[in-house]
Design a protein around this ligand. Structure first.
Ligand code: HEC
Length: 174
């Protein structure tokens, strides 16, 4: 008898989450594939998820002047908001200058971040070509690529950032 009630308790505990899901709160509707796609825009460090499109630093320069310089300064020199250019090699010294060029370990993050968050007043307003061009521009201004190099889904993951090895792995022991 004891064993049988134990089995019943175990079964009903397993069935609870299923029941809860089947009943549900009766709110909302499933997100459509288009709605999910609009939010599912994360780019992996190795470039997974990069969309079609391309751009060069030359193209990016004009876009930067029009849409970014007001907050990030001419050529990304900073002020009133974050400095985006220079400081490469300065982090270990007495006057570290933390920028996209000096600090970020993966070039692919520039695409991800600019596409999802910038320009600040109108995030997600840039086309993929514009984001590639701006990414190329920031890389070129930081001396990491040349001004005619084409940045796209295949070339961007191959760009090696100067501070790629500047992070110390933290061994989690739980
Ligand atoms: C209205 C002001 C404004 C405009 C315009 C703007 N930004 Fe920004 N940007 C910011 C602010 C503020 C931050 C810092 C946000 C934070 O730390 O959460 C930032 C952060 C960034 C960063 C990350 C810097 C870092 O080191 O963490 C990048 C890259 C960037 N912006 C690129 C751009 C580009 C490219 C454009 C043009 C398409 C642009 N921004 C337009 C205000 C702006």
């Amino acid at each position: 008898m004891f064993m049988r009630s134990l089995v019943i308790v175990a079964l009903s505990a397993a069935a609870l989450p299923l029941l809860a899901r089947a009943e549900g709160p009766g709110l909302g509707r499933p997100a459509s594939p288009d709605e999910i796609a609009a939010w599912d825009i994360s780019i992996g460090p190795e470039g997974a998820g990069l969309p079609p499109g391309r751009g060069t630093a030359q193209q990016g320069a004009a876009i930067f002047a029009a849409k970014c310089a007001v907050c990030h300064g001419e050529k990304g020199a900073g002020k009133p908001n974050d400095q985006l250019v220079a400081g490469v090699g300065s982090l270990a010294g007495d006057a570290p200058v933390k920028t996209v060029g000096s600090f970020w370990p993966y070039a692919t993050t520039i695409f991800d971040y600019v596409r999802r968050a910038m320009p600040l007043p109108a995030p997600k307003s840039l086309s993929n070509d514009e984001v590639y061009a701006l990414t190329a521009y920031l890389l070129q201004q930081n001396g990491i690529i040349g001004d005619t190099e084409v940045i796209d889904a295949s070339s961007l993951p191959k760009v090696r950032m100067p501070n790629r090895d500047g992070f110390v792995p933290f061994a989690r022991t739980r």
